[in-house]
Design a protein around this ligand. Sequence first.
Ligand code: 5AD
Ligand code: SF4
Length: 464
Amino acid sequence: MSDSVSLPLGAMEDVRRENEKRARRGEPLGVFVLTFGCQQNEADSEKLLGLASMMGYRPVETPEEAALLLVNTCAVREHAEKKVLSIIGGLQHHKKKNGALIGVVGCMAAEEHRLEELKKSYPYVDVTLDPASLARLPEAIAKRLSGGGRSFLRTEEATLAEGIPPCRRDSRRASVSIMYGCNNFCSYCIVPYTRGRERSRSAEAILSEVRALAEGGAREILLLGQNVNSYAGECDFATLLSRLARVDGDFIIRFMTSHPKDVSDRLIEVIGREEKIAPAFHLPLQSGSDRILRAMNRRYDTARYLATVDKLRAARPGIVLTSDIIVGFPGETEEDFEATLNVLRTVRYDMVYSFLYSRRRGTPAATMEGYLSEEVRADRMRRLLDLQTSISAEIGKTYEGRTLRVLVDGPSKNPELYSGRTEGGKLVHLKATPADVGEWKTVHIDRADAYAMYGTVKESEDTK
Ligand code: 5AD
Ligand code: SF4
């Protein structure tokens, strides 16, 4: 477990006082955060909004209204980085128009070469903060507001900041970070370089946060970390989960992401035993070829992975399994790729998130031989998607006619329907009423396809 740093209260107070003056002059004090990437980033953005609120900013719905504009970035794939850079380019206009302060935070702000690029080619960016430096936002803003220069902050010695009250968008589905960083160094992945080494929050702090959320009416709590299975607070992850499952309230617990090498028998036993834990497991496979898994430095083979899947299914029948797959890792042969398809056929995941391999500067895989052409990668991706779509559609059919608990989120894109998720996390479009939103409802599944289920809330039925 790591020591935590205290919040920079002095800087926060300086900004708050300055903002009070601005408010008296009628100047706008909106804060807008644009978030890219993973759920951890979504959770970090809620903390940034929390910090900004403590400094007197007020969350607003559009960047036009903002006096502080933050872009929380992702560096996992090249394509997303390019998109973010062009969006940052567009923010210049807000600076010119209403003098907004602009901050670029998150994983891109941790990459040496991006930082240089931001310094030189994006002069209107006032602040950058890597993921370990988010709590230093007040410091950077205080400096800028008092006429100081731009800040490019990176925290080498990663620390934890407790005590930032997140500004949660959804009180029914809440996320709670349990650990930060990653020690695994999968050869393709930039995250260990951008988010630093693993630091676990204290179990007591997590428990009191979860208790407060449950008392506030949370219906689903998502525990977050790059590799939750290596959580190391006062207890391990299996014990943390069983303690959290004893907190009172009508909520279920989800967690992500898990590393297959760290899924212990005790964890599987807890998942089998505790009803409060969602019947869902996201278990990134990445590749079904043992040769490629070795090159990826994943430290498991397919036999061990499949054994874990069997144990999970035995402990919790019907558990919803999802995975991440990287298509076209350097040197991946047709045979390696076929091995991945075979694991998909064997496991029959409910859903798979598939990614074209993207070369990340500074990672071992970036200099490996056998970089595959765009055509080969795209062709394999299409074949993988076709296979998974047919598997997902077949699984969908097995849900037709069943009755499931669904947490209703709100209106769906189709104006006549609402959308929600089952306890296993599967998407359901349903006929419901406004009163059902934010509640667990018993839903009859009328039909299903590869992507979603369609159902109807059963009238006046208590779902507990
Ligand atoms: N290229 C493609 N996909 C990647 N991922 C991580 N790094 C890369 C990369 N360089 C994928 C992995 C991971 C998910 C979050 O993103 O599948 O599980
Ligand atoms: Fe990246 Fe591997 Fe760590 Fe996941 S476990 S964040 S894929 S290095």
